[in-house]
Design a protein around this ligand. Structure first.
Ligand SMILES: [Fe+2]
Length: 467
């Protein structure tokens, strides 16, 4: 079918053959065959071509209008046409309950890091290749999140996945993901993020072979754009840069498996037709992708640092008003122009727990070898900052405008709730503890300057200090 490329989305290219609709949080409508969507109603007595109307509500029926998310699907067979649920083979690397009472979850005050996890040599698809690293809360309380890595070398074939527990923010780090969803197709490359909401069926094909990436799964709220406050109406991740699929269907009467994740447990249904048979749809419960290179960064153009919340791409609320459950931040190429300022991240402790990853490039200022695919972890109020060498260099450098993070895309999953670390991650041979010795050399400049201190005290009529 001939399709016009939307002028506002990614130009057609050989890395992404699909077209998209743009926006964020708005209602979309899409037909793979013209005039299939019913006019003026959602459930007419008869749909065109005998299609079935199926509604999917991502939020409570009575959620306030600005939070209410639902989509109407017009499909060849309703989702209920399957042969019942059975237990699926377990993925023992998958964890969803991060209570400290769970013996498979560990608390750590230490800064931890992981070298990139190896993609297995045996056949493993996206679902089989999920490895949970850390998280908090539990999907049954609809509060909390999980951080996974996926390690896949096999496309899903006639198999689809439904995560009933949480929305997944997926960040490919190696290899593109060709994602077929009920609402259409998305091609997602390293440097792009994709969000697939809970309850939606999707399958992942690997056009570039073995693939690795990061996932943040949130159990309760949804991803939203952060408020812009005094920034005004534009900036950070702009609404028009989020891309949603268009309706696309298959006619396929072969056998399929649908794997469901419900409260962390896997179930499977079989059916004798494709789940990707939606001819038209409309609604606002729709997967989307975003190219992170489009992020409009802001920062200080006079002096000092703005809090890292300025690097927030997407945020998700906790149940405590005003407090995010999860902020997704990126650190990408930008200018640093602050005058009279100690420019590296200042020494700090803060309430949030942090998990960092690297999509591509080099992220400087770390003691360990932080490579694309690596992970680092810091619990709340864990002190961090640069080494003596970095401190000295930054204290003495000439403050000219300079580029930072050139060719790099690093990110942070930040949570107001503390992380538990899985047994798998704690026992991984890729784990290593951050070397606290990197700060041993931070000298006591105050004692070195005691003569000057005492001169100043004396001049002020105050007693001298004996170190
Ligand atoms: Fe920090």
């Amino acid at each position: 079918m001939a399709t016009a490329k939307n002028a506002f989305s990614t130009p057609l290219n050989d890395k992404d053959p699909y077209i998209y609709q743009v926006g964020f949080g708005n209602g979309f409508a899409s037909e793979a065959i013209p005039n299939v969507l019913p006019v003026g109603q959602n459930t007419p007595q008869k749909n065109k071509y005998g299609l079935y109307a199926e509604g999917i509500n991502g939020t409570s029926f009575v959620a306030p209008r600005h939070e209410n998310q639902r989509t109407w699907l017009y499909r060849m067979r309703p989702s209920v046409s399957h042969n019942g649920f059975n237990d699926a083979p377990e993925n023992s690397f998958l964890e969803s309950n991060f209570s400290p009472l769970n013996p498979k979850v560990h608390v750590s005050a230490t800064q931890q890091a992981w070298h990139p996890l190896d993609i297995p040599s045996e056949k493993v698809d996206f679902v089989q290749g999920l490895r949970t690293i850390a998280g908090n809360g539990d999907p049954t309380t609809r509060e909390g999140l999980a951080v996974h890595v996926y390690l896949a070398n096999t496309s899903m074939g006639n198999k689809a996945f439904v995560n009933s527990d949480g929305d997944m923010l997926i960040l490919p780090q190696q290899g593109r993901l060709d994602i077929q969803t009920e609402l259409g197709k998305l091609m997602v490359r390293p440097g792009e993020l994709v969000v697939i909401q809970k309850g939606l069926k999707f399958k992942i094909t690997l056009p570039d072979g073995p693939s690795r990436g990061y996932i943040q799964e949130i159990y309760g709220s949804r991803y939203e754009l952060p408020e812009l406050g005094p920034l005004g109406a534009n900036g950070l991740a702009n609404v028009r840069d989020f891309e949603h699929p268009v309706a696309s269907f298959d006619i396929d009467q072969s056998d399929w498996e649908i794997v469901y994740k419900v409260s962390g447990k896997l179930f499977v249904c079989t059916q004798d037709h494709t789940p990707f048979d939606v001819v038209a749809w409309h609604g606002n419960y729709v997967p989307y992708k975003y190219a992170m290179e489009k992020f409009i960064g802001v920062g200080s153009i006079t002096k000092d640092h703005i809090d890292p919340s300025i690097f927030c791409v997407l945020t998700a609320k906790s149940k405590t008003p005003g407090i995010p459950l999860a902020d997704f931040l990126i650190f990408s190429p930008r200018w640093d122009v602050a005058n009279g300022t100690f420019r590296p991240p200042y020494f700090h402790r803060n309430t949030a727990s942090e998990l960092m990853g690297l999509i591509y490039g080099v992220y400087e200022g770390r003691s360990d070898s932080f490579k694309p695919g690596s992970i680092s972890y810091e619990t709340g109020f864990c002190p961090h900052g640069v080494s003596w060498e970095e401190y000295k260099k930054a204290s003495e450098m000439e403050l000219v405008p300079m580029r930072v993070h050139e060719g790099t895309l690093a990110f942070m999953f930040e949570s107001s709730m503390p992380f538990g670390i899985t047994e798998f991650a704690m026992k991984s041979e890729k784990r290593h503890e951050h070397e606290p010795g990197m700060w041993n050399d931070l000298r006591n400049n105050f004692i070195a300057n005691i003569e000057q201190v005492n001169q100043d005290l004396k001049a002020a009529g105050l007693p001298e200090i004996k170190p």
